[in-house]
Design a protein. Structure first.
Lengths: 281, 283
């Protein structure tokens, strides 16, 4: 469905490539968490997927079409929610009236449902520019998912959301999951999304450090919190935490634990070879 | 709108939706611009009409006292105001051709809109080029009728209403040529500023104006140096130098063709710049 082939991208005026020879395939359906350190090119990768940047080499294909060509059909099949939004000085009703016709599967009912999840009045009478950053984000994300595009790209979607907003965000994503829709979420706020993910992608600028489903991660790794130093010694990765140690252990089948994305990320960053061996395809 | 079934280059329904979107997003701003244009025109036509009659009183001298003459001067003044502000306002309008691409956020909104480049280009053309020209003509008509009304209220003599198209025939009996020249100038200016806006989405008018000033200065200097070099070679040689005769209609045709070629070049370049747009500004 989404295929990234040997993608290289360099910003003008910089010596090093932000993304260097990256290849990746994202099948249809599911929620993908895109993780990586600052500056490895997560946002850039989302822009490249959306055809908003021209790669130095390689290409991104979505449903068989080169996204850089930005054909109307391709653009109507994807939606990007950027980290920082610029919305026009329009009411929600006007915004929907002028943008919804471009999306053949747009659903007004879904929009109402999503806005209600975020506790925003679907008949919001104010101009979008008069809303706070968090409210604007909620409105925009509601519109994004109401478009019912097969691919939704979200860059730091929980930045600017209050605590109830983050809880609502999890409900919002959970209620929008279906087999034909892929949602790629790039974020540093891993605790906001850890229970939502079907798949984890951890990248640095040159490699995909981890590309595995949460089910596969749960089968092969165990995430424990312990005060026993002996456990830490045989852990693949361990870090001190409140009241003990958070550790990642090889799972021999005896553990059924929830994924700790922070520990997983650190393991991928510090011992990529171990993960590569474990998740060799 | 079934985008899958419709053409990926141009689809009427998608173009209509794009035009509606562009217009609705900027409707208020265009309303303010229209009022500003009207205000400026009213001010200048009133000043022109008022002071022409003040400095040339009807009863001062028999020769200048002719009403026809006063009307004629006033009309020339009004025509000048009309041409001058036509060139300013249509250039300002054209410089907004790419205004929705000023910031990364605005660029993202525009680029993610599922319309083809041709549809987005045509939509901007309708609003910033055709729309602004029509709006200017309308503003002129309203402004001049306002002048006639105000002069009548203050009981001052004034020329009757001068329509937008009527101004073309005021300064010359060769109405066709003048109309052609105004259309050529307008088209070239609009095309240049439209191209400029795709290169500099921010402060487009000033930057394009500066660029055109520099280019024209360099061109003028190059011609000047070439001419002085050419003439220096003939000074003292006794040669008689005569410029090749160019008939008015031939010169007019050259100007017309040149304008069309330049305008097409600008619009085609602007289209391709729009097509290659990215979220970052590479210039």
């Amino acid at each position: 469905m989404l295929k990234i082939d040997n993608l290289t991208f360099k910003y003008p005026g910089r010596n090093n490539a932000t993304i260097n020879d990256l290849s990746l395939t994202v099948p249809e359906g599911g929620v993908y968490g895109l993780l990586g350190r600052n500056g490895v090119g997560k946002s850039t990768l989302l822009y490249l997927i959306a055809g908003l940047l021209t790669p130095a080499s390689g290409r991104v294909e979505f449903e068989g079409a080169d996204t850089r060509k930005r054909a109307p059909h391709t653009m109507a099949s994807m939606f990007i929610v950027p980290e920082e939004l610029t919305l026009p000085e329009l009411t929600l009703r006007d915004y929907v009236a002028i943008n919804a016709p471009f999306y053949p599967n747009f659903s007004h009912d879904d929009l109402r449902r999503h806005l209600t999840t975020f506790e925003i009045d679907p008949e919001l009478p104010y101009k979008l520019t008069s809303l706070s950053m968090g409210q604007r984000k909620k409105v925009f994300m509601s519109f994004a998912l109401a478009c019912n595009t097969p691919l939704v790209l979200m860059d730091e979607p929980t930045n600017g959301l209050d605590i109830p907003g983050k809880m609502a965000f999890r409900r919002f994503i959970a209620s929008s999951i279906d087999e034909s829709r892929t949602i790629i979420i790039s974020t540093h706020q891993v605790r906001d999304i850890d229970t939502l993910l079907d798949h984890v992608l951890i990248i640095d600028s040159e490699h995909v450090l981890l590309d595995a489903s949460t089910a596969a991660i749960g089968e092969k790794l165990a995430f424990v919190h312990t005060s026993d130093p002996a456990v830490a010694e045989r852990a693949l990765y361990a870090q001190p935490s409140v009241g003990g140690i958070s550790a990642v252990l090889p799972n021999d089948g005896s553990y059924e634990t929830e994924i700790n994305l922070e520990c997983l990320f650190e393991l991928a960053s510090t011992r990529p070879d171990v993960l590569a061996q474990l998740f060799k395809k | 709108m079934n985008t899958a079934a419709s053409s990926q280059t141009f689809c009427g329904a998608r173009f209509a939706a794009t035009l509606r979107r562009d217009w609705r997003m900027e409707r208020s701003a265009w309303g303010v611009r229209f009022l500003a244009m009207f205000g400026v025109l009213v001010l200048f036509v009133l000043v022109t009409s008022w002071f022409v009659h003040k400095v040339v009183p009807e009863e001062s001298e028999p020769y200048y006292g002719s009403t026809v003459y006063i009307d004629g001067i006033e009309k020339i003044g009004l025509a000048f105001v009309c041409y001058f502000f036509l060139s300013i306002f249509i250039s300002l309008g054209a410089s907004l051709f790419h205004s929705g691409y000023g910031t990364a956020g605005q660029r993202l909104n525009e680029l993610m809109n599922p319309a083809s480049t041709l549809e987005r280009f045509a939509s901007r053309f309708v609003i910033c080029i055709i729309g602004v020209t029509v709006a200017y003509g309308l503003c002129w008509e309203l402004a001049d009728w306002t002048r006639v009304l105000v002069m009548h209220l203050f009981d001052r003599p004034a020329a009757p209403h001068v329509g937008f198209f009527e101004t073309f025939g005021v300064v010359s009996s060769k109405t066709g040529y003048i109309t052609g020249l105004i259309i050529c100038g307008t088209a070239c200016s609009q095309a240049s500023y439209a191209l400029g806006s795709t290169i500099w989405p921010k402060l487009s008018f000033l930057k394009t104006f500066a660029a055109m000033f520099v280019v024209q200065s360099i061109y003028g200097m190059a011609i000047g140096y070439a001419m002085s070099y050419f003439l220096a070679a003939h000074i003292g040689s006794g040669d008689v130098i005569s410029a090749p005769a160019i008939h008015t209609s031939m010169g007019y045709t050259i100007l017309l063709v040149g304008s069309v070629v330049w305008s097409l070049f600008c619009y085609i370049t602007a289209y391709f710049r729009m097509r290659e747009d990215e979220i970052i500004d590479r210039m």
